[in-house]
Design a protein around this ligand. Structure first.
Ligand code: 9WN
Length: 454
């Protein structure tokens, strides 16, 4: 079964159930979706499109699982971190060896992680995703503290620290105290307009895709996915990194894509804040984590904030310039609790502008890209559609910065989306139509988390 049929949602459309009935129906749908996507020691993002384990998906999934099956929340994180590389990188995909060749592109044979130093025995990709795992681990523990959660935190803490060390060490290619991403997939917002300028500099020819079989467009509408030219570049960037066996030394000289992403670096700062809290519970010193959080926040402001646009942008390290697109990535620094008041005000103004439409009563969901931009594409993946994870991150940021009115509006818009369309991967930013996978795990899990905050 795919778990995506919004049984509750169908009845919601037909009638006008009370808030409690709607919440119960949404909860049932979310639990059904997560149960259907559980795969012996982890959750797949989607049975069809993404049948392996993904890094930041697992963090979001743990945040929902804790409300129904806390043991699975910890299992999810442990399985992911068991595949951590010796240098501390947490791979963006952990491949399930039981699946047939061709169940996902690019698969384990393409990544060839076995030939890289310090890779685990399990086949993985060689790149990372936003480090949202430390805040997830902390919230999971806080939601359901127990002897088991303490043990899990003891096991995870050194691994989370190693993940941070990798990102702030080997990945500080720009030398300014931030981590750089070496592939758009590392941002989690694969084909965001944020990457158009740096991607245009990557030499590629769409016809190379004739040599491969894209798995995604067998399961989703090609018009809602990245293009063949995008994929040709994705493949070329992986091939360049793989040729150096995923080593990070000398990237500045040889790698075709090097960008500092506001989401990745905001997550990096928030992770240090969470590690400070975890440290107090596991008997470690929280002080260095707080210091690092402060330094990362300063660097995010110094390197990624544009006072002219009043929002945050990625920095392309190959040109040392900020990329011009105004995307949802620019709102993500709100997750940093010590973001200075000036930037908090600016991000709120950007979020509440017609570009993103945040309001205490939202008439449309939060888009992934500036609605007023001429190249806004309401159907294509991260180039316009609304996603639950970026909404959830902004929702957390709004609460951190004491805007319960806006947080409530955003939360309600998330509920409305799923009530109407089900646990889809993403949604049309005007009509709310469900797009991509119909039974997507982080939509279900983040919905559960938002529902629990009643
Ligand atoms: C490539 C699994 C992942 C998410 C990403 C999302 C999408 C993969 C793909 O799916 O990316 O990593 O094949 O398109 O963009 O954020 O983690 O859900």
């Amino acid at each position: 079964m795919n778990g995506g049929t919004p049984a509750g949602a169908a009845s919601l459309r037909a009638g006008d159930p009370s808030g409690a009935e709607r919440a119960a129906a949404l909860r049932r749908l979310a639990v059904t979706t997560l149960d259907a996507n559980w795969e012996h020691d982890h959750t797949v993002p989607s049975r069809t499109l993404y049948p392996h384990q993904w890094s930041w998906d697992s963090a979001f999934i743990a945040l929902g699982l804790v409300h129904v099956r806390p043991d699975r929340a910890w299992r999810e994180l442990r399985t992911l971190f068991a595949a951590q590389w010796a240098d501390g990188r947490v791979p963006h995909i952990v491949f399930n060896p039981a699946l047939r060749v061709g169940s996902y592109f690019p698969g384990p044979e393409f990544w060839d992680s076995g030939r890289a130093d310090g890779a685990p025995a399990t086949a993985t990709s060689g790149i990372v995703q936003p480090p949202v795992h430390a805040p997830a681990a902390w919230l999971v523990h806080r939601q359901a503290p127990s002897e088991a959660s303490l043990q899990a935190l003891h096991w995870l803490y050194p691994r989370l620290v190693a993940q941070q060390r990798y990102l702030t060490g080997r990945r500080d290619v720009g030398g300014g105290g931030l981590a750089c991403i070496v592939h758009p997939w590392e941002s989690g917002l694969d084909n965001s307009p944020a990457w158009d300028v740096p991607m245009a500099a990557v030499p590629a020819d769409a016809t190379v895709m004739r040599a491969y079989r894209r798995h995604d467009i067998a399961h989703a509408d090609a018009a809602h996915r990245p293009t063949d030219l995008d994929y040709a570049r994705y493949v070329a960037i992986v091939a360049a990194y793989r040729a150096g066996r995923y080593r990070d030394e000398g990237l500045a000289r040889r790698h075709p894509f090097l960008v500092e992403c506001p989401l990745v670096n905001s997550a990096l700062g928030a992770a240090e804040q969470a590690l400070a809290r975890i440290a107090t519970v596991v008997g470690a010193d929280p002080g260095p984590h707080r210091d690092r959080a402060a330094r990362i926040t300063e660097a995010v402001v110094a390197r990624l904030y544009d006072p002219v646009t009043g929002t945050f942008h990625p920095r392309d390290l190959r040109t040392d310039r900020l990329v011009p697109a105004r995307t949802v990535l620019g709102l993500m620094p709100l997750v940093l609790p010590d973001l200075p008041a000036r930037q908090v005000r600016a991000v709120l103004a950007e979020a509440c502008s017609p570009r993103f439409g945040l309001a205490a009563r939202m008439d449309r969901p939060l888009p992934s890209y500036d609605r007023t931009a001429p190249d806004f594409e309401p159907l294509r993946y991260w180039r316009g559609p609304s996603w639950l994870n970026t909404s959830w991150l902004l929702w957390r940021g709004l609460r951190t910065h004491h805007r319960p009115d806006l947080a409530a509006g955003l939360r309600e818009s998330m509920f409305a989306l799923v009530a109407q369309a089900g646990c889809h991967e993403y949604f049309h930013p005007d009509t709310g139509e469900g797009l991509g996978s119909p039974a997507f795990s982080w939509t279900a899990s983040l919905l559960l988390d938002a529902l629990a905050d009643g």
